[in-house]
Design a protein around this ligand. Structure first.
Ligand SMILES: [Fe+2]
Ligand SMILES: [Fe+2]
Length: 228
């Protein structure tokens, strides 16, 4: 995830001997570039997938179910990239920025693992991903604009809901697909850490209606990406 330097001082990058200052227009193009990469280029993980490739022994109905569940999880990780990116656009704080960057790098691993697993299962990514990306970018930007405690609280609540969602998917997979399950287990572990870290940095509990709205939005995404 890009630095959470939002509207603060211009970001300075060194490219060889050339030191350049990037303004708002550069940042907009940077965001567009990031969106294109998330939506159309294969994600590159920084950690190997949690389970080594193995001969598939899935029945056809099991393979279909796994592919649908992993498509939903892939969409969730596309949304996670946009949420962090949106928060980066409008928030600013060094400690928060570092925590968000660390979490975003792990989210990118999740994105890559889900994408690779989906491909192994012969599945496809959701056609609705651009919609989830744009919506999540807007929601993230709004959360970031509300200040650090709200933004961090948003991360904590999001990760709490994602954890419950992932545990539900692991139950549905059962023991039939250990490779997908291993990916979801590592993702769950990471999401719990992200949520706890955001809470430790000062994330505040979100009002109940906001948490409920987040659950409903997530439900809509889960149901539609399962089929589409
Ligand atoms: Fe994730
Ligand atoms: Fe996370």
């Amino acid at each position: 995830m890009p630095a959470l330097s939002g509207q603060a001082d211009p970001i300075i990058y060194s490219v060889g001997m050339d030191t350049r200052s990037f303004g708002p227009i550069d940042r907009i193009f940077g965001q567009i570039d990031k969106a294109i990469k998330v939506l159309s280029a294969p994600a590159r993980p920084s950690r190997p997938a949690p389970a080594a490739p193995q001969a598939e022994v899935l029945t056809e109905p099991q393979r279909t179910l796994s592919a649908r569940l992993m498509r939903v999880n892939h969409s969730g990780e596309v949304a996670a990239q946009a949420l962090y990116q949106g928060q980066a656009l409008t928030a600013g704080d060094a400690a928060v920025s570092a925590a968000m960057r660390h979490a975003a790098a792990e989210e990118n691993d999740h994105l890559a693992w889900c994408e690779a697993r989906l491909s192994e299962l012969g599945g496809r990514t959701s056609v609705l991903n651009p919609l989830w990306y744009l919506g999540s970018l807007a929601i993230g930007a709004l959360a970031g604009a509300l200040g650090n405690s709200a933004s961090l609280g948003f991360v904590t609540e999001t990760e709490r809901q994602v954890e419950l969602h992932l545990r539900g998917h692991m139950e549905r997979l059962g023991s039939a697909d250990p490779r997908s399950r291993a990916i979801l287990e590592q993702m769950t572990h990471d999401e719990v850490q992200h949520g706890a870290h955001a809470a430790s940095l000062g994330g505040r509990e979100l009002p109940m209606p906001v948490a409920v709205a987040m659950r409903l939005t997530s439900r809509l995404m889960t149901l539609s990406s399962y089929w589409l």
